[in-house]
Design a protein. Structure first.
Length: 68
């Protein structure tokens, strides 16, 4: 699970940095495509975090059922 946490953490961090950078570029140059990219990266960040949460919860559920 530790490797999975690191992989998801790196992916989420890269998406968050991409979102922030895209938003800064939108604010600086007022080009709408950067706003759309920022939103896409933000959704990717949420997706990675929700995937991590789901795997953690359901992994614990499965381990509890197995070791019952």
């Amino acid at each position: 699970m530790t490797i999975f946490r690191w992989i998801i953490g790196v992916i989420a961090a890269l998406m968050a940095v991409g979102s922030a950078l895209s938003f800064v570029l939108f604010m600086a140059f007022d080009i709408k495509v950067w706003l759309e990219r920022a939103r896409t990266f933000r959704r990717g960040t949420y997706l990675a975090c929700l995937l991590w949460f789901n795997v953690e919860v359901w992994g614990r559920v499965i381990l509890t059922i197995i070791h019952w």
